[in-house]
Ligand binder design. Structure first.
Ligand code: ADP
Length: 205
């Protein structure tokens, strides 16, 4: 379980807007986060990951307070150990596909499995420059999963994938999520993005 009750002033070019979120994400579930561009979807994920601080409120899991403004608690991202798939992938230009995964885990069997699910087995020695957009995006997803996160935050994670690739990947990912008991939050501007996935929805903005 992760419970979020926070406020954050968003500094937009056209003035201030306050993002207010109150939501409990159930363990092992998938929640799609929707809303117009600029509503604060990415900012919400970054606050949960610890990359941006809310102005007030609480972010807590079953046993730990990650953020509590009144107690001045603010766990650094390394201690939250969430998996994060960034919208722009944030890959390391000088690392190969395999090195990206080895950076996150020493479990060779797990790496092999992720490479297979990501359709990246034959690209293990390639650096991001030599991958297609879809391959880069799948690498970003597999890297986030390498740490077997209890919480996975994904920002428009399927935008570069064609329909067939996307639905095959979503099927495989759901098996992994169940196995790991991962709670997953997926930011998506496209309401049809997760058709076929049973999950919750949080609309913001
Ligand atoms: P979305 O993902 O829904 O398109 P974003 O979260 O990227 O929206 O951005 C929402 C608004 O928040 C933007 O106007 C942006 O300028 C602002 N913003 C982004 N980061 C911060 C921050 N650290 N502090 C305050 N405002 C921010």
């Amino acid at each position: 379980m992760i419970a979020v009750e926070i406020e954050k002033k968003l500094k937009a070019y056209n003035g201030l807007q306050v993002l207010r979120i109150k939501k409990t994400f159930l363990p092992g579930g998938i929640t799609r986060i929707t809303g117009p561009s600029g509503a604060g979807k990415t900012t919400l994920l970054k606050m949960i990951a610890g990359l941006i601080s809310p102005d007030s409120g609480i972010i807590k899991t079953n046993d730990t307070n990650w953020f509590d403004a009144s107690q001045k608690t603010n766990l650094p991202p390394q201690q939250r150990r969430v998996g994060f798939v960034f919208q722009d992938y944030a890959l390391f230009p000088n690392m190969t596909v395999k090195q990206h995964l080895e950076y996150a885990t020493v479990d060779a069997e797990w790496i092999t499995r992720l490479l297979t699910i990501g359709g990246l087995e034959t690209f293990t020695t390639h650096k991001p420059d030599h991958l297609s957009g879809g391959q880069q995006q799948r690498l970003a997803i597999m890297r986030a999963l390498a740490i077997k996160p209890k919480l996975l935050l994904m920002d428009e994670p399927f935008s570069a994938l064609d329909l067939k690739m996307k639905s095959a990947l979503i099927t495989d990912l759901q098996v992994l999520f169940t196995e790991l008991g991962t709670t997953t939050l997926i930011v998506s501007h496209n309401p049809q993005e997760l058709d076929g996935v049973s999950g919750d929805e949080l609309e913001i903005g």
